[in-house]
Design a protein around this ligand. Sequence first.
Ligand code: ZN
Length: 492
Amino acid sequence: MSQEQIQIYNTLTRKKEVFEPQTPGFVGMYVCGPTVYGDAHLGHAKSYTTFDVVVRYLRYKGWKVRYVQNITDVGHLTDDADEGEDKLAKQSRIERLEPMEVAEKYTNRYFEDMDRLGLLRPDITPRASGHIPEQIAMIETLIAKGHAYEAGGNVYFDVTSDPNYGQLSGRRLDEAESGTRVVTAGDKRHPADFALWKKADDSHLMKWPSPWGVGYPGWHIECSAMSTKYLGENFDIHGGGLENKFPHHECEIAQSTCAHGTDHAHPFVRYWMHNNMVTLEGQKMGKSLGNAISLRQFYDGSHKLLSRAWDPQVIRFFLLQSHYRSTTDFSETALQAAESGFANLRTYLMDLHKAAASDTKTGEALPLDAIRAETEEAMNDDFNTAQAIARLFTRIKNARAACNSGQIPANLSEFLSWATDFLDTVLGILPDLSEREQANTEIIDGLMPLILDLRREARQSKNWAVADQIREKLTELGISVQDSKTGSDWSL
Ligand code: ZN
């Protein structure tokens, strides 16, 4: 394995650090997954695409990566102060489904949406509801070690027992105490203490027996329990959205370090990575703000803020064109620019493929080592996909210009094979280059007006059988026809 150093911005130390996993050759990585009570929106897409590329690049560089991403299907309350109704329970009431039906439905939809976005599936996707014993065991350890206490069927983490509490977010306990956000619940010793276990009343749908009575786990404990189970007490990378830094990740650190007694040489997590958010014309995008466009709405163009449907690959290309630690400001104009950039990439690559088949390659050879190095250098710098894409794009464009002027580089095939592999394997944005795909699109575009004309003539002469037959046949082929007063339109 030959790898130049990869620098990762570590949120915990607030600086870029050389990436050195604790076991040579192996990377253990945990990313906080979705709370499955609704569809994933563009903000989720940015987060999971970010970590998808991290996994892909580490693998490309020769590391064996175990990628764990949990599914939160219990314990996520409506606000961060451990109060309110469980989000899943609330949704199950709205949809009149069992909570587990809601969880299963949105877990399936989450994976469908991410598959279309070209994300690799995590190696393990543990469900919080499937790891109740592990969470109870960890809470028992925390109580035994004096870091947690029971109060009336609830169990809270005692933040004053952890001198390092606040190390990730930089928040201090005295600030939390005077803060207006945290309301002291009656049985907490300190306002910043957070729930590890919550007592369930009779109306609560998702509950389990525990040493403290019937209840359910707090949100934070699942990630500590499941990361330990699948990656061990110390692992390499923990990722998530910036909004998870506090309280969620701060609480994870407190729980895991206090339960396992991890020290400085063997920290719970070596590198904390946080992606920034997606904004909509400068405004934060989020479900609670009512301006979150789900991926499904992008795919079918059904949201009122969208004028049409967008190709998942274009969305991915758009997201990777900004660094994961910068905010991505979304607008349809920006998506349109990404779309034409992606179309250009396709055209350039198609042209290069044609040129590579030529027998007369008399042009100057491309500096393959330098091209590879400059692209990887961008990725090594805290996974700067924006720069990697820009550099690669320029090289592809220049190679095509050389071909167009009759100077086909002698090693064009070699360059093309490396570049398409990098776009495909690392970035996941290789356009479909088949001639067939191109030809199919052109043929369909040419034939459809003709077919719709024939159907219109059949309808005008009241030949309903033929008109219906055409429509049915098209439906079978996956083409839907929409009739309106002004005529008929079609879509795939
Ligand atoms: Zn988590």
